[in-house]
Design a protein around this ligand. Sequence first.
Ligand SMILES: NC(=O)c1ccc[n+]([C@@H]2O[C@H](COP(=O)([O-])OP(=O)(O)OC[C@H]3O[C@@H](n4cnc5c(N)ncnc54)[C@H](OP(=O)(O)O)[C@@H]3O)[C@@H](O)[C@H]2O)c1
Length: 248
Amino acid sequence: MRVDLKGQVAVVTGGSRGIGRRIAEVLARNGASCVVTGRNDQRLRETEECLKALEPSSRAMVLHVEALEEAEALAKSVFDEYGRIDILVNNAGITDDQILLRMKEAQWDRVIETNLKGVFNCTKAIARYMLKRRYGRIINISSVIALMGNAGQANYAASKAGIIGFTKAVARELARKQITVNAVAPGYIQTEMTEKIMQKTKEGIVALIPQGRMGTVEDVAQAVLFLASEEASYITGHVLNVSGGLYI
Ligand SMILES: NC(=O)c1ccc[n+]([C@@H]2O[C@H](COP(=O)([O-])OP(=O)(O)OC[C@H]3O[C@@H](n4cnc5c(N)ncnc54)[C@H](OP(=O)(O)O)[C@@H]3O)[C@@H](O)[C@H]2O)c1
């Protein structure tokens, strides 16, 4: 799919690898200047190099999404440098799996702080700059686990379900300002996050997917590209599953 994002500025959190990195590449390939964020400096430098080859004004910056003041400082510095922020992809996320009775409070807190509070922080920090120009596309990466649940992932499922409620509430708040807010709910996608899953478990998961395969980062990135386009202006508060039919 090709859309015209020339002149637009996108911020992609957790863009240093996996799904986020491919989202940034696809947005840059379609003309957007991309600011990718992550924690790992070395990885960010590599990603920046690759993005600059696609769109020279792209760059990478360190951001711990759970820290509101960092998100606010990043939003200000992007706006000061580029004069606009058109697209925000809230992609940064982690898992820390354990069955409920063994789950430590710290595991619960860490996943909620990164996955859910991180989305609040970055959206709050960046939406104010979108409001100035009365245009924006906010895309939050949830998961089919939010819709289906999964044993051992109470913290992750709650964080991703929280993102869906957040998406729908903020979509209503910003609708009159030409800012759309949508969620993408990927199924099982091949990345470092799912590399941790044991081979036998993976085979069991694939057997449950009607299309008979795990998804690719490109599958998710193309869905995000569509929602980020001007053409998707009448879609807001929606949850788009990208799961090969795992959740229907
Ligand atoms: N893979 C799947 O099957 C799947 C399915 C459904 C939903 N998702 C969601 O899709 C998103 C991306 O997943 P992925 O598989 O690409 O994960 P990944 O390969 O583990 O990459 C996670 C990214 O998030 C960043 N990150 C993690 N914690 C952060 C923090 N506290 N502050 C800032 N950045 C942070 C990482 O940065 P560093 O490199 O600096 O650590 C990295 O760029 C996540 O929200 C995930 O929950 C994934």
